[in-house]
Design a protein around this ligand. Structure first.
Ligand code: NAD
Ligand code: MG
Length: 401
């Protein structure tokens, strides 16, 4: 029986994780569930799985959460704050940690799990984008097992040979990693209409049901950019080892091409319970609840190249990955601030990339050897992005009046 902590339990990945776990009560029990502030959903989830702990990251919700749980006669211990997140991620009783908090907020608890040498199911790609080298070094030092949850990276992992050595494509006869993406909801929207798209349109992904931040990232393809950086760190790839392929049907989740001409693809219905079940059971297989692919229903499989003009964020992220750690930390922070500003109606859809670009340009190269330096760099990129957004909003107001 393995004990699992789900960080970010109330989100899209968190809920899918609990769904898979509940199908296998003989294999897994839940040690902890965490949420930022959604205590009602946390309570409903706790009723289903009787965790030992629940954590509310936002400490202002602590009293209310304690009352709600005791009124609901749940016996689990209620904790609050970011230290409590790290505590349930690293507790000695825990075997598996699902890192599914969104954004930089997930960094410290994910790293706590890595430092405790856990089996870490990594959904929180932003933590790897921010701290790449440190993250991988820490995982090696503490013998943590990192299993990718992002569907593309999970697919690549499944298509690599078991004896694959980090960063060594040639010994395994691999010529390329093909990272697929759907292109999001604006794949065919006329370019001049992209300036006016709304947050709800951006969040309406054609194939995947996800949280709002990653949905906007999918629409701008920043998500693919972050995944490009994530793939480099997870598998030790050079930029030239990766090709991005648009596949709007989201049935192939990524591929590995070999020097003999073979291409291995991992396919399945677009449902995150497949990579979650794969990583939970690895190296075995368990049922996930995902419907099998029906090949009689798969009419078209198409593949194209992403257009640079439509997806400026993609090129920015790829450039950042070659510029170094400071650049990926900076673009990740700028993007989080810009996406939030777009969701709040402060900037337009295409201005997300403008904020990211200006923030990168205004940041000079600096080395990030410690986690404190990473956090400082993240903070200053956020300050800079807020200034850039304020200027853009002033300009928009002047134009409108
Ligand atoms: P979501 O917005 O649905 O859920 C986010 C979770 O994080 C919630 O439980 C929320 O309470 C918690 N959270 C938010 N801010 C927090 C904070 N400041 N402190 C502590 N907890 C906080 O997001 P999601 O779609 O489930 O995505 C989670 C992560 O998984 C992201 O990094 C995303 O990139 C990655 N991911 C998601 C999908 C998907 O299909 N949803 C696919 C691949 C990767
Ligand atoms: Mg993905």
């Amino acid at each position: 029986m393995q004990k699992v902590s789900i960080l970010g339990a109330t989100g899209s990945i968190g809920k899918s994780t609990l769904d898979v776990l509940l199908k296998h009560p003989e294999l897994f029990s839940v040690y902890a569930l965490t949420a930022n502030n959604n205590i009602e959903v946390l309570l409903q989830m706790a009723r289903l799985c009787s965790p030992e702990y629940v954590v509310i990251a936002d400490p202002t919700q602590f009293k209310q959460a304690k009352k709600l749980f005791s009124d609901g006669q749940l016996t689990c211990e209620v904790l609050a704050g970011h230290e409590a997140l790290a505590q349930v991620a690293s507790a000695s009783e825990v075997d598996v940690v699902m890192a599914a908090i969104v954004g930089a907020a997930g960094l410290m608890s994910t790293l706590a799990a890595v430092e405790a040498g856990k089996k870490v199911l990594l959904a929180n790609k932003e933590s790897l984008v921010m701290s790449g080298d440190l993250f991988i070094q820490t995982a090696n030092r503490y013998n943590a097992q990192i299993l990718p949850i992002d569907s593309e990276h999970n697919a690549i992992f499944q298509c690599l040979p078991t004896e694959f050595k980090y960063g060594d494509l040639s010994s395994s006869g691999i010529s390329k990693v093909l990272l697929t993406g759907s292109g999001g909801p604006f794949l065919t929207t006329p370019l001049n209409e992209l300036h006016h798209v709304t947050p709800d349109q951006a969040c309406a992904h054609p194939n995947w049901d996800m949280g709002r931040k990653i949905s906007v990232d999918s629409a701008t393809m920043m998500n693919k950019g972050l995944e490009f950086i994530e793939a480099r760190w997870l598998f030790g790839l050079k930029a030239s080892d990766i090709q991005i392929v648009l596949h709007p049907q989201s049935i192939i989740h990524s591929m590995v091409q070999y020097i003999d001409g073979s291409v291995l693809a991992q396919m399945g219905n677009p449902d995150m319970r497949t990579p979650i079940a794969h990583a939970l059971a690895f190296p075995e297989r368990i049922e996930s609840g995902v419907l099998p692919l029906d090949f009689n229903q798969l009419a078209n499989f198409t593949f194209t190249e992403p257009e640079t003009e439509r997806y400026p964020n993609l090129a920015l992220a790829i450039q950042a990955s070659s510029a170094g750690q400071y650049a990926t930390t900076t673009i990740n922070a700028a993007n989080e601030v810009a996406v939030e500003a777009f969701l709040q109606g402060q900037i337009s859809f295409m201005q997300i990339a403008q904020v990211n670009d200006e923030c990168l340009q205004q940041t000079s190269s600096h080395s990030l050897k410690t986690i404190e330096a990473v956090l400082e760099s993240d903070k200053s990129a956020r300050r800079l992005s807020i200034n850039i957004i304020e200027k853009l909003s002033h300009i928009a107001q002047r134009i409108n009046t």
